[in-house]
Design a protein around this ligand. Structure first.
Ligand code: FAD
Ligand code: SF4
Length: 336
């Protein structure tokens, strides 16, 4: 049986109290929301904090709100970081405009995990790798790796960066719908596009500093009315993390597409908003020829690695398949 390491436990009740904890104990704290990722990682000694700061009592971080007043023209919906994935999966305010966000939340893990797991934890989910998500004993036998306790990457041995896989289901849909994330820190609050929240180094794959936390996600009013879809490839229909995921948001109709955003994830350390897609779809009908052009371009831009225990060639071959299915879903065309 894997046991938890020893740590001090605090449960502040407000964002300001959380920030004070982080400021008073620099570099010593681990934030825990639902704990569904952090607790197994603590047991594997992947995190070794002196202090665990629970967010569970910070009620101001819960809930989904429709914005009103002057902010309404820019910001459509505000999703609190402590909102559970179950709540997102059944949230009426996400329907119909942001249905893929809800869908992605509903595909995470299992009902028990979605009841505990939160949006903030999903965004800040640690990256995953065959050589990392193991017990201390296993990793020690291998000589550890760059991400934790070692100096070499076993996936890209000459590499200087960790390429462990970004595995959040919800993040790609937030990028497709051009959402922002709000971060609270000692200097106040700042907003960054979710796309810019992530960085391509799996050791720490986001821009959060040790004295900051995620407070909310903002879905923009301008993304309302877009069509969209989320597709996830996983070994089993439940529990498993994605081995490939695709989120799409599009403007237009079946007769004439105006624009499309395609995000592919679970391949490298950050989700990837694919480039040059609008030139392939703009003014064209939503048919198999158009989808094939987008799928081929997506395949060229994606390069799976052996960072998760599934064949990289097969995952690469599935990129155009999943992109095509997501495009069909987006325009309401059934897949065979
Ligand atoms: C068996 C199993 C299967 C899973 N399958 C999936 C899956 O298919 N898809 C998927 O996306 N996830 C999956 N997960 C991972 C996890 O359950 C979810 O991603 C969940 O949303 C994490 O949320 P949490 O609140 O439990 O995060 P926690 O475990 O509490 O935290 C995760 C990380 O986020 C940080 N964090 C949490 N909240 C904040 C915040 N507000 N600000 C800054 N940092 C924060 C923590 O410090 C920690 O590093 C799975 C987990 C398990 C155990
Ligand atoms: S990608 Fe390399 S450095 Fe990162 S966890 Fe895997 S083996 Fe370690």
């Amino acid at each position: 049986m894997l046991t938890l390491p020893r740590f001090e436990w605090v449960a502040p009740a407000t964002v300001d109290e959380v920030l004070r904890e982080l400021a008073e104990h620099p570099g010593e704290c681990l934030l825990v929301a639902g704990g569904t990722d952090a607790v197994p990682n603590l047991k594997h000694r992947l995190h070794e904090p002196r202090r665990v700061v629970s967010l569970a009592r910070v009620n101001e971080l819960r809930g989904v709100r429709e914005l009103s007043g002057p902010r309404r023209s820019r910001d459509g919906l505000e999703l609190g970081a402590l909102t559970t994935l179950s709540a997102l999966a059944r949230e009426p305010l996400l329907q119909p405009d942001f249905a893929p966000v809800s869908r992605a939340a509903s595909l995470v893990a299992s009902p028990q995990i979605r009841n505990m797991g939160t949006l903030g934890g999903n965004l800040c989910l640690d990256t995953r790798c065959t050589y990392y998500n193991q017990t201390y004993f296993w990793r020690e036998a291998l000589g550890f790796c760059l991400k934790k306790d070692g100096v070499v990457c076993h996936v890209v041995p000459q590499g200087k960066r960790c390429v462990a896989a970004h595995s959040s289901d919800v993040a790609p849909t937030l990028i497709a719908f051009a959402a922002d994330v709000e971060i609270a820190g000692p200097e106040g609050r700042r907003r960054v596009p979710v796309d810019e929240f992530f960085v391509g180094d799996g050791i720490h794959n986001n821009v959060l500093k040790p004295d900051e936390l995620v407070t909310r996600v903002i879905l923009p009013e301008s993304s309302r009315g877009a069509l969209g879809a989320y597709r996830k490839l996983r070994p089993r229909g439940a529990i498993d993390f994605p081995m490939l995921s695709v989120a799409v948001a599009a403007r237009g109709t079946r007769e004439r597409i105006e624009a499309v955003r395609v995000v592919v994830s679970a391949l490298g350390a950050k989700p990837r908003l694919l480039g040059s897609m609008n030139a392939l779809v703009s003014g064209r009908p939503a048919d198999e020829d158009t989808f094939a052009a987008v799928a081929a371009a997506a395949s060229k831009q994606c390069r799976p690695l052996i960072n998760v225990p599934y064949d990289d060639d097969w995952r690469h071959a599935m990129v155009p398949v999943l992109v095509t299915r997501a495009l069909r879903d987006t325009f309401g065309i059934p897949s065979a």
